[in-house]
Design a protein around this ligand. Structure first.
Ligand code: ATP
Length: 254
């Protein structure tokens, strides 16, 4: 029996909010992930890098409960996303590469409606607070999101994650197609969620952005996590060394 202290936030394993242990997974008769061990703590940002087809999106699918592991265990806040999909999803927010919103609704209405779908009631003040924290200009709150840029859409999605107070956030290629200013702003928002204790798993090809925000960077190569590096000291990561690793890996995969 496990002992639990008051600051423990996970249901099963107090150390990890996102936890994949010895996972083997794939599609039909093709194995994609081979003995994947990936664990992310509360307040930790993890960037998963790898060449095209390495299995990054497949990893997100595991936590989302879209794909069942053939062996091994996957837990979201201590919950098995295959056995209890609704429960697991209540504990995470997912921001895909292209954020899907209700185009004819305003930013405010989108957050209110999506919170409602998640079974959460929030008053206007709470929604405005989340949109403001996510850096959306107040003038845009009542505008239909149909005309929003990718960066603005992400802000609405971040506002939703902030309002839902989820313990885990999954991001697929969040900075692809963002200009440098929007990338910097996005990274600042991730910092905000991190400070709230959210465990963040970000799948990306953007090494600079990863080095900027991540506490750990993992390199996935043909379904295997071949290396993990942690940010250390003020310089965080040695970007040139990371680039050599990443480029070398992509070359081997090609
Ligand atoms: P990228 O950087 O290109 O997005 P990735 O690292 O996210 O790549 P995945 O999308 O996880 O890679 O794909 C890993 C492998 O699994 C690829 O060979 C892909 O063709 C295959 N795959 C992905 N989804 C399916 C599916 N639904 N059915 C069958 N094979 C799939």
């Amino acid at each position: 029996m496990s002992t639990k202290s008051s600051n423990v936030i996970t249901a099963e394993d107090p150390r990890y909010v996102l936890d994949a242990s010895a996972v083997v997974a794939g599609y039909d008769n093709k194995i994609i992930l081979q003995q994947l061990d990936l664990r992310i703590r509360s307040g930790e940002t993890y960037a998963l890098l790898g060449a095209n087809g390495a299995g990054k999106t497949t990893t997100l699918s595991l936590f989302l409960g879209f794909l069942a592991p053939r062996s091994g265990n996957v837990r979201v806040h201590g919950i098995d996303p295959i056995a209890q999909p609704a429960e697991a999803r209540r504990n995470l927010a997912y921001i895909p590469e292209n954020v899907a919103l209700y185009e004819h609704l305003s930013a405010r209405e989108n957050v209110a409606y999506l919170l409602d779908l998640a079974g959460q009631k929030e008053n206007r003040e709470g929604i405005d607070h989340a949109l403001t924290a996510a850096g959306l200009d107040a003038a845009a709150f009542d505008r239909r999101v149909g005309g929003f840029s990718k960066g603005m859409r992400q802000k609405v999605a971040i506002a939703l994650a902030l309002a839902r107070k989820v313990p885990a956030l999954l991001l697929d290629e969040p900075t692809s197609g963002l200009d440098p200013q929007a990338t910097t702003e996005f990274n600042r928002l991730l910092g905000l969620l991190r400070e709230q204790g959210v465990a963040i798993l970000m799948v990306t090809h953007d090494l600079l952005s990863a080095a900027d925000v991540a506490d750990r960077i993992g390199f996935l190569d043909a379904g295997r996590l071949v290396e993990e590096v942690a940010a250390t000291g003020e310089d965080r990561f040695d970007v040139r060394a990371l680039h050599r690793r990443y480029a070398g890996q992509a070359e081997r995969t090609a």
